[in-house]
Design a protein around this ligand. Structure first.
Ligand code: UDP
Length: 234
Protein backbone atom coordinates (compact mmCIF):
# COMPACT_ATOMS: atom_id res chain seq x y z
CA UNK A 1 0.00 0.00 0.00
CA UNK A 2 1.45 3.39 -1.03
CA UNK A 3 0.26 6.68 0.46
CA UNK A 4 -0.60 9.21 -2.24
CA UNK A 5 -2.11 12.67 -2.55
CA UNK A 6 -3.98 14.54 0.17
CA UNK A 7 -7.73 14.17 -0.37
CA UNK A 8 -9.03 16.31 2.47
CA UNK A 9 -7.73 18.16 5.50
CA UNK A 10 -10.06 18.61 8.44
CA UNK A 11 -9.60 20.16 11.88
CA UNK A 12 -8.07 17.10 13.52
CA UNK A 13 -7.24 14.72 10.69
CA UNK A 14 -5.92 14.52 7.12
CA UNK A 15 -7.10 11.94 4.59
CA UNK A 16 -4.71 10.62 1.96
CA UNK A 17 -5.45 8.49 -1.08
CA UNK A 18 -3.59 5.21 -1.54
CA UNK A 19 -2.74 3.13 -4.60
CA UNK A 20 -5.84 1.10 -3.75
CA UNK A 21 -8.98 3.10 -4.71
CA UNK A 22 -10.97 1.40 -1.91
CA UNK A 23 -8.58 2.45 0.88
CA UNK A 24 -7.47 5.75 2.44
CA UNK A 25 -4.99 6.74 5.13
CA UNK A 26 -6.38 8.71 8.05
CA UNK A 27 -3.62 10.85 9.66
CA UNK A 28 -4.28 12.19 13.17
CA UNK A 29 -3.02 15.73 13.95
CA UNK A 30 -2.36 17.44 17.29
CA UNK A 31 -4.53 20.45 16.33
CA UNK A 32 -7.49 21.01 18.61
CA UNK A 33 -10.47 23.25 17.96
CA UNK A 34 -13.60 24.00 19.93
CA UNK A 35 -16.72 26.15 19.69
CA UNK A 36 -16.93 25.74 15.90
CA UNK A 37 -13.19 26.48 15.51
CA UNK A 38 -13.34 29.83 17.36
CA UNK A 39 -10.91 28.38 19.90
CA UNK A 40 -7.75 26.82 18.46
CA UNK A 41 -4.78 25.12 20.06
CA UNK A 42 -2.50 22.14 20.18
CA UNK A 43 -2.72 19.12 22.41
CA UNK A 44 0.77 17.61 22.35
CA UNK A 45 0.73 14.05 20.93
CA UNK A 46 -3.07 14.05 20.70
CA UNK A 47 -2.79 12.55 17.20
CA UNK A 48 -0.75 9.63 18.50
CA UNK A 49 -3.12 9.07 21.44
CA UNK A 50 -6.33 9.35 19.39
CA UNK A 51 -4.98 7.01 16.71
CA UNK A 52 -4.06 4.46 19.37
CA UNK A 53 -7.36 4.73 21.21
CA UNK A 54 -9.49 4.75 18.03
CA UNK A 55 -7.63 1.63 16.86
CA UNK A 56 -8.35 -0.20 20.11
CA UNK A 57 -12.00 0.90 20.09
CA UNK A 58 -12.61 0.00 16.43
CA UNK A 59 -11.01 -3.42 16.97
CA UNK A 60 -13.14 -3.94 20.09
CA UNK A 61 -16.33 -2.86 18.28
CA UNK A 62 -15.53 -5.13 15.31
CA UNK A 63 -15.33 -8.08 17.73
CA UNK A 64 -18.75 -6.97 18.99
CA UNK A 65 -20.20 -7.23 15.48
CA UNK A 66 -19.99 -3.55 14.45
CA UNK A 67 -18.91 -2.90 10.86
CA UNK A 68 -16.30 -0.13 10.75
CA UNK A 69 -14.02 1.53 8.21
CA UNK A 70 -10.93 0.50 10.22
CA UNK A 71 -8.49 -1.79 8.40
CA UNK A 72 -5.21 -1.51 10.30
CA UNK A 73 -2.97 0.85 12.25
CA UNK A 74 -0.05 1.84 10.03
CA UNK A 75 2.05 4.04 12.30
CA UNK A 76 1.83 6.29 15.37
CA UNK A 77 -0.45 8.75 13.60
CA UNK A 78 -1.80 6.78 10.64
CA UNK A 79 -4.65 4.36 10.24
CA UNK A 80 -5.61 2.53 7.04
CA UNK A 81 -9.36 2.74 6.43
CA UNK A 82 -11.95 1.72 3.88
CA UNK A 83 -12.78 4.71 1.69
CA UNK A 84 -16.31 5.91 2.38
CA UNK A 85 -18.56 8.72 1.27
CA UNK A 86 -19.54 10.30 4.55
CA UNK A 87 -23.22 10.55 5.46
CA UNK A 88 -23.41 14.29 6.32
CA UNK A 89 -25.00 13.61 9.70
CA UNK A 90 -23.23 13.62 13.07
CA UNK A 91 -24.84 11.11 15.40
CA UNK A 92 -24.59 12.00 19.09
CA UNK A 93 -25.47 9.44 21.78
CA UNK A 94 -26.01 10.66 25.35
CA UNK A 95 -26.13 8.63 28.55
CA UNK A 96 -25.59 11.45 31.03
CA UNK A 97 -26.71 15.06 30.68
CA UNK A 98 -23.81 17.33 29.65
CA UNK A 99 -22.64 19.91 27.14
CA UNK A 100 -25.06 21.52 24.73
CA UNK A 101 -28.12 19.62 26.01
CA UNK A 102 -27.51 20.67 29.63
CA UNK A 103 -27.14 24.27 28.45
CA UNK A 104 -30.25 24.11 26.27
CA UNK A 105 -32.39 22.74 29.12
CA UNK A 106 -30.82 24.94 31.79
CA UNK A 107 -29.97 21.90 33.90
CA UNK A 108 -26.84 20.83 35.76
CA UNK A 109 -24.50 18.42 34.00
CA UNK A 110 -24.30 14.92 35.45
CA UNK A 111 -27.93 13.75 35.54
CA UNK A 112 -28.08 10.07 34.53
CA UNK A 113 -30.62 9.79 31.67
CA UNK A 114 -33.33 7.13 31.99
CA UNK A 115 -32.46 5.88 28.51
CA UNK A 116 -29.88 6.81 25.86
CA UNK A 117 -30.74 9.83 23.71
CA UNK A 118 -29.77 9.91 20.02
CA UNK A 119 -29.42 13.27 18.32
CA UNK A 120 -28.59 14.15 14.72
CA UNK A 121 -26.66 17.19 13.55
CA UNK A 122 -26.22 18.26 9.93
CA UNK A 123 -22.48 18.30 9.15
CA UNK A 124 -21.87 21.86 8.00
CA UNK A 125 -19.15 23.92 9.67
CA UNK A 126 -20.38 27.20 8.16
CA UNK A 127 -23.76 26.64 9.82
CA UNK A 128 -22.22 25.36 13.07
CA UNK A 129 -23.65 21.83 12.61
CA UNK A 130 -27.36 22.58 13.24
CA UNK A 131 -29.44 19.99 15.08
CA UNK A 132 -31.85 18.08 12.83
CA UNK A 133 -34.13 15.06 13.19
CA UNK A 134 -34.63 11.85 11.21
CA UNK A 135 -37.33 13.48 9.02
CA UNK A 136 -34.82 16.09 7.88
CA UNK A 137 -32.37 13.33 6.96
CA UNK A 138 -35.05 11.66 4.78
CA UNK A 139 -36.53 14.89 3.39
CA UNK A 140 -33.14 16.11 2.17
CA UNK A 141 -32.02 12.66 1.04
CA UNK A 142 -28.92 12.56 3.29
CA UNK A 143 -29.71 8.89 3.96
CA UNK A 144 -32.58 6.50 3.28
CA UNK A 145 -35.07 5.25 5.90
CA UNK A 146 -33.28 1.90 6.05
CA UNK A 147 -29.92 3.59 6.42
CA UNK A 148 -30.96 5.99 9.20
CA UNK A 149 -32.73 3.16 11.07
CA UNK A 150 -29.60 1.04 10.72
CA UNK A 151 -27.42 3.96 11.85
CA UNK A 152 -29.58 4.56 14.94
CA UNK A 153 -29.56 0.87 15.80
CA UNK A 154 -25.79 0.68 15.32
CA UNK A 155 -25.22 3.81 17.46
CA UNK A 156 -27.15 2.19 20.34
CA UNK A 157 -25.17 -1.07 20.00
CA UNK A 158 -21.93 0.93 20.03
CA UNK A 159 -23.19 2.70 23.16
CA UNK A 160 -23.81 -0.59 25.01
CA UNK A 161 -20.39 -1.95 24.01
CA UNK A 162 -18.49 1.23 24.88
CA UNK A 163 -20.27 1.81 28.22
CA UNK A 164 -19.20 -1.69 29.23
CA UNK A 165 -15.59 -1.30 28.09
CA UNK A 166 -15.06 2.13 29.69
CA UNK A 167 -16.80 1.06 32.92
CA UNK A 168 -14.36 -1.86 33.25
CA UNK A 169 -11.61 0.76 33.36
CA UNK A 170 -13.33 3.10 35.79
CA UNK A 171 -14.60 5.55 33.17
CA UNK A 172 -18.17 6.80 32.78
CA UNK A 173 -19.20 7.21 29.11
CA UNK A 174 -21.23 10.42 29.25
CA UNK A 175 -21.79 11.05 25.54
CA UNK A 176 -20.07 10.66 22.17
CA UNK A 177 -20.36 11.50 18.49
CA UNK A 178 -20.24 9.02 15.62
CA UNK A 179 -20.01 9.45 11.86
CA UNK A 180 -21.04 6.90 9.28
CA UNK A 181 -20.06 6.46 5.65
CA UNK A 182 -20.99 4.39 2.65
CA UNK A 183 -18.46 1.90 1.26
CA UNK A 184 -19.51 -0.11 -1.81
CA UNK A 185 -23.16 0.63 -1.04
CA UNK A 186 -22.94 -0.44 2.59
CA UNK A 187 -23.17 1.93 5.58
CA UNK A 188 -20.34 1.45 8.10
CA UNK A 189 -19.01 3.29 11.15
CA UNK A 190 -16.29 5.77 10.16
CA UNK A 191 -14.24 8.73 11.48
CA UNK A 192 -12.76 8.24 14.98
CA UNK A 193 -13.76 7.60 18.58
CA UNK A 194 -11.53 9.45 21.04
CA UNK A 195 -11.59 11.97 23.90
CA UNK A 196 -12.04 14.60 21.14
CA UNK A 197 -15.41 13.12 20.22
CA UNK A 198 -16.69 11.84 23.56
CA UNK A 199 -17.14 12.83 27.18
CA UNK A 200 -15.36 10.53 29.60
CA UNK A 201 -15.54 11.05 33.36
CA UNK A 202 -13.45 9.23 35.93
CA UNK A 203 -15.92 7.10 37.91
CA UNK A 204 -14.17 7.58 41.24
CA UNK A 205 -13.44 11.32 41.18
CA UNK A 206 -15.86 12.61 38.53
CA UNK A 207 -12.90 14.32 36.83
CA UNK A 208 -13.28 15.05 33.13
CA UNK A 209 -10.84 13.09 30.93
CA UNK A 210 -11.81 14.48 27.50
CA UNK A 211 -11.79 17.54 25.26
CA UNK A 212 -13.80 19.55 27.80
CA UNK A 213 -10.43 20.02 29.60
CA UNK A 214 -9.30 21.96 26.50
CA UNK A 215 -12.67 23.64 25.79
CA UNK A 216 -13.00 24.88 29.38
CA UNK A 217 -9.29 25.49 30.15
CA UNK A 218 -9.27 22.93 32.96
CA UNK A 219 -5.57 22.05 32.55
CA UNK A 220 -3.97 18.60 32.47
CA UNK A 221 -5.28 18.07 28.93
CA UNK A 222 -2.46 15.84 27.66
CA UNK A 223 -2.29 13.98 30.97
CA UNK A 224 -6.00 13.15 30.83
CA UNK A 225 -5.90 11.87 27.24
CA UNK A 226 -2.84 9.80 28.18
CA UNK A 227 -4.64 8.33 31.19
CA UNK A 228 -7.59 7.23 29.00
CA UNK A 229 -5.15 5.58 26.58
CA UNK A 230 -3.25 3.94 29.46
CA UNK A 231 -6.43 2.45 30.91
CA UNK A 232 -8.07 1.33 27.65
CA UNK A 233 -5.07 0.30 25.55
CA UNK A 234 -2.93 -0.97 28.44
N1 UDP B 1 -19.13 16.33 19.49
C1 UDP B 1 -18.16 16.15 18.52
N2 UDP B 1 -18.12 17.00 17.45
C2 UDP B 1 -19.00 18.02 17.30
C3 UDP B 1 -19.98 18.22 18.30
C4 UDP B 1 -20.01 17.35 19.38
O1 UDP B 1 -17.36 15.21 18.59
O2 UDP B 1 -18.93 18.75 16.28
C5 UDP B 1 -19.18 15.42 20.64
C6 UDP B 1 -18.76 16.09 21.93
O3 UDP B 1 -17.37 15.91 22.17
C7 UDP B 1 -19.59 15.38 22.95
C8 UDP B 1 -20.86 14.98 22.21
O4 UDP B 1 -20.52 15.03 20.83
O5 UDP B 1 -18.95 14.19 23.39
C9 UDP B 1 -22.04 15.88 22.50
O6 UDP B 1 -21.65 17.21 22.27
P1 UDP B 1 -22.60 18.44 22.63
O7 UDP B 1 -23.80 18.41 21.76
O8 UDP B 1 -22.85 18.46 24.09
O9 UDP B 1 -21.83 19.70 22.13
P2 UDP B 1 -20.58 20.51 22.66
O10 UDP B 1 -20.67 20.62 24.13
O11 UDP B 1 -19.41 19.72 22.18
O12 UDP B 1 -20.74 21.81 21.94
Amino acid sequence: MKKQEKLYEGKAKILYATDNPDLVVQYFKDDATAFNAQKKGTIVDKGVMNNKLSTTLFEYLAKGGIKTHFVEKLSDREMLCKKVSIVPVEVVVRNVLAGSLAKKLGMEEGVQLKQPVIEFYYKDDALGDPMINADHVLAFGWATKNEIDWISDCALKVDVLLIELFARHGIRLVDFKLEFGKHKGEVILADEISPDTSRLWDMASGEKMDKDRFRRDLGKVEESYAEVVRRICG
